[in-house]
Design a binder for this molecule. Structure first.
Ligand code: ADP
Ligand code: MG
Ligand code: MG
Length: 254
């Protein structure tokens, strides 16, 4: 059974159709990349998967681990192992990173029927996970994302992911604004989190990220649909041709 099956998914914002029939299947152990020009609907798709209330699903279906995902509230989706690392991570002044992580982590443990970790045990665990993203422990005491640099925010997102061990990790433009060193750390983090029983969906505008995380499948989103799928070579081809060629391609296909 696939982790995720999306069929003919359509979604709107303020009655404007954005997603116009997305089809996608993700199996355990796979890494999928969705590429596409700005405004093609990539972030909308990721937000629809997490149940963001601004986006109205108008048709189609999303099956996650054999269940109808569209019936689930955003919180339930997160507890069921869907994790979205944001393009623009939230800043929450007054909430320490450590407290935020502990609450999120314990909610997931409770959902899995496990006992919550106390503050001390949690701190030990989180310090282990800091290794994954090569973060300094002092980050834990700071307010969530407040004053973090772009690279630090992205690393913090990967730290959250390392703790929560999602079944489906979605990374929306995690590469945007990262210098090469940060990109390498973030990518190595994702590579370390890869397991036979989880899957990742990488959303990116540029091919560069895929030099570091090798996808099994690359899909191209164009005007709210996946119009092309292939292996990692498709990303290289896109990089070489640019996205404009899709306009002509689409016209000749209609
Ligand atoms: P991408 O991530 O591929 O750049 P988006 O999913 O962000 O694309 O956007 C797709 C289209 O949907 C764009 O035209 C964008 O302006 C529109 N859109 C996305 N979110 C909203 C929103 N909350 N309100 C209004 N329009 C939106
Ligand atoms: Mg965009
Ligand atoms: Mg986007």
């Amino acid at each position: 059974q696939p982790i995720l099956t999306v069929r003919n998914l359509t979604a709107s914002v303020d009655d404007t159709p954005i997603l116009k029939g997305v089809n996608l299947e993700i199996k355990a152990g796979e890494i999928h990349a969705i590429m596409g020009r700005n405004g093609s609907g990539k972030s909308t798709f990721s937000k629809v998967l997490t149940g963001h209330p601004e986006y109205e699903v108008t048709g189609g279906e999303i099956i996650y681990q054999g269940e109808n995902l569209l019936e689930k509230e955003p919180e339930e989706r997160a507890l069921a192992g869907i994790f979205l690392a944001f393009q623009y991570p939230l800043e929450i002044p007054g909430v320490s990173n450590l407290d935020f992580l502990r609450v999120a982590y314990n909610a997931r443990r409770k959902h899995l029927g496990l006992e919550e970790l106390d503050a001390f045990d949690f701190e030990d665990l989180v310090e282990e996970k800091l290794e994954v993203v090569k973060m300094n422990p002092s980050f834990l005491q700071r307010s969530l994302n407040e004053g973090f640099s772009g690279g630090e925010k992205k690393r913090n997102e990967i730290l959250q992911m390392a703790l929560l061990e999602p079944t489906l990790g979605i990374l929306d433009e995690i590469d945007s604004g990262l210098d090469i060193d940060a990109l390498r750390i973030v990518s190595e983090g994702v590579n370390q989190l890869r397991k036979p029983d989880n899957a990742f969906l990488l959303i990116t505008h540029y091919q560069r990220l895929l030099d570091y995380i090798t996808p099994d499948f690359v899909h191209v989103m164009y005007e709210g649909k996946i119009v092309m799928s292939g292996d990692k070579n498709l990303a290289l081809e896109l990089e070489a041709k640019g996205y404009d060629f899709l306009d002509k391609e689409q016209l000749t296909n209609v």
